[in-house]
Design a protein around this ligand. Structure first.
Ligand SMILES: NC(=O)c1ccc[n+]([C@@H]2O[C@H](COP(=O)([O-])OP(=O)(O)OC[C@H]3O[C@@H](n4cnc5c(N)ncnc54)[C@H](O)[C@@H]3O)[C@@H](O)[C@H]2O)c1
Length: 440
């Protein structure tokens, strides 16, 4: 099939590359000329494990192309995926300007039947808006070319995106006409040879499904974070509680980790957008409001612990921070707890040396030139002259450090672990003070 992907970010590039991997001809469009230049020169503008090989293989096979030319992109694919960003607007709702501008461009340039697929995470009712935007452009041209609009939300996880796309748990397709359903079934047939994964539903249910999934996952995290705070006060251990409840198949072990808050490009904005959708339609989503409040507070829990030990004023104190990305295996720092933590340390007068295996270039962009923040080339180097260590992202390479070296380097001998990555006995044996989340 001939496929255009509009928006070549985390979702668009992974989708485009994986669809090409299945033998389709794919053209990826982005308005950011720098992104397209990097891709055309054989580079990858984001960090996503395994993506470089899939892209290289399919470019070499002549199935994957990149462009900034909107007209060329619209005319190329029968299926037009819209995978542009939907950042939060000032009131928390999803900002649809990029989605609608992509839809208008399709209406402006299309010359034959198109299936326009919303892959971006968009509020219920967006498919209708996309339909109307395309119709308005066609009307302005005096054309009546047929098209279908489909909702096909994406459930991939950054850090495991290629694998998730190639082996999805489910493929949700909201569609209303037979021709679009036929094409979507054909497109996704190679991804579900083992068993049927396609869930065909109406457009509004498909749109809501994506928000429901992210809201549920965020809820589990905030729930565990609140219980972790309670466990600390009561002298219980949240890790033991996690095992105790995860073994119940109705609960399960996934997404039950207490930590220093969720971040990333999806959970925070999708929870906000769903709350706003609820409010706009007369529903106060009380659970989700609490999920968000709990998460905002949780991002400061590590600094609260620092303040308990070092006092409100951290002037003259210097901290090592391990982990900047919002989670391991990505360079994405959107809404990352590290941003809130480092900003709060600065506000209280402290300075920081940070280390992250892949997100340091992104951190330089996020924080800009700032004398209060320097970067280390290796984790242990970040500890030079540090009063204490804060662990913010659970990268694998942090899991088995030499605790004696940490003890020798840290002035206070304190580790604040926001991700509970160590067995407390190990740092303790080295004479360190180990303060984690929800453990005595
Ligand atoms: N990142 C994830 O893990 C993830 C997972 C599932 C769903 N989503 C959703 O997918 C959507 C995209 O997310 P992302 O993380 O890939 O975003 P992103 O910011 O990485 O990429 C979006 C890209 O779209 C481009 N763009 C914007 N307007 C355009 C236009 N009119 N024409 C062509 N290109 C345009 C931007 O330049 C950018 O490169 C969002 O709605 C997001 O909520 C993201």
């Amino acid at each position: 099939m001939k496929i255009t992907v509009v928006g070549t970010g985390y979702v668009g590039l992974v989708s485009g590359a994986c669809l090409a991997e299945m033998g389709n001809d794919v053209l990826c469009l982005d308005l950011d000329p720098e992104k397209i230049r990097i891709l055309k020169e054989g580079g990858i503008p984001i960090h996503e494990p395994g993506l470089d090989q899939v892209v290289a293989r399919n470019v070499a096979a002549g199935r994957l192309h990149f462009t900034t030319d909107v007209q060329e992109a619209v005319q190329f694919g029968t299926i037009q995926f819209i995978a542009v960003g939907t950042p939060p607007d000032e009131d928390g709702s999803a900002d649809l300007q990029y989605v609608l501008s992509a839809a208008k461009a399709i209406g402006r340039h299309m010359t034959d039947y198109k299936v326009i697929v919303d892959k971006s995470t968009v509020p219920v009712g967006t498919a209708d808006k996309v339909k109307a935007a395309v119709r308005a452009e066609l009307d302005a041209r005096g054309e009546n070319i047929p098209y279908s609009v489909v909702s096909n939300p994406e459930f991939l996880k950054e850090g495991a995106a290629v694998d998730d796309f190639m082996r999805p748990d489910r493929i949700v397709v909201g569609a209303e006409d037979d021709q679009a359903i036929f094409l979507m079934k054909a497109l996704y047939a190679p991804f579900q040879r083992n068993h049927e994964k396609l869930l065909i539903m109406d457009l509004r249910s498909a749109e809501l499904t994506k928000y429901a999934a992210n809201a549920m996952l965020a809820t589990r995290i905030s729930f565990m974070n609140e219980l972790a705070l309670l466990a600390e006060t009561l002298g219980a251990d949240i890790e033991l509680v996690r095992h105790g409840i995860g073994s119940d198949p109705r609960i399960g072990y996934h997404f039950l980790y207490a930590g220093c808050g969720y971040g990333g490009s999806c959970f925070p904005k999708d929870v906000k957008a769903l709350i706003k959708t609820g409010a706009d339609s007369g529903h106060n989503l009380r659970v989700l409001n609490a999920v968000e409040d709990a998460n905002d507070a949780q991002k400061l829990v590590l600094v609260d612990k620092v303040v308990e030990r070092f006092g409100e004023d951290l002037s003259g104190k210097h901290f090592a921070v391990w982990g900047l990305a919002f989670k391991p295996n990505t360079d994405d720092m959107r809404e990352a707890p590290s941003r809130v933590i480092i900003a709060e340390l600065f506000r209280r007068g402290a300075t920081v040396t940070a280390y992250d295996p892949v997100a340091m270039p992104e951190a330089r962009r996020v924080f800009g030139e700032d004398a209060r923040l320097v970067y280390a080339e290796r984790p242990m180097q970040a500890l030079d002259d540090a009063d204490a260590l804060l662990i913010v992202t659970e990268w694998k390479e942090f899991r088995s450090p030499d605790f004696d070296v940490i003890k020798a380097k840290l002035k206070s001998g304190i580790i604040f672990d926001g991700r509970n990555i160590f067995d407390p006995a190990l740092p303790k044996k080295a004479g360190l003070t180990y303060l984690s989340i929800g453990r005595p």
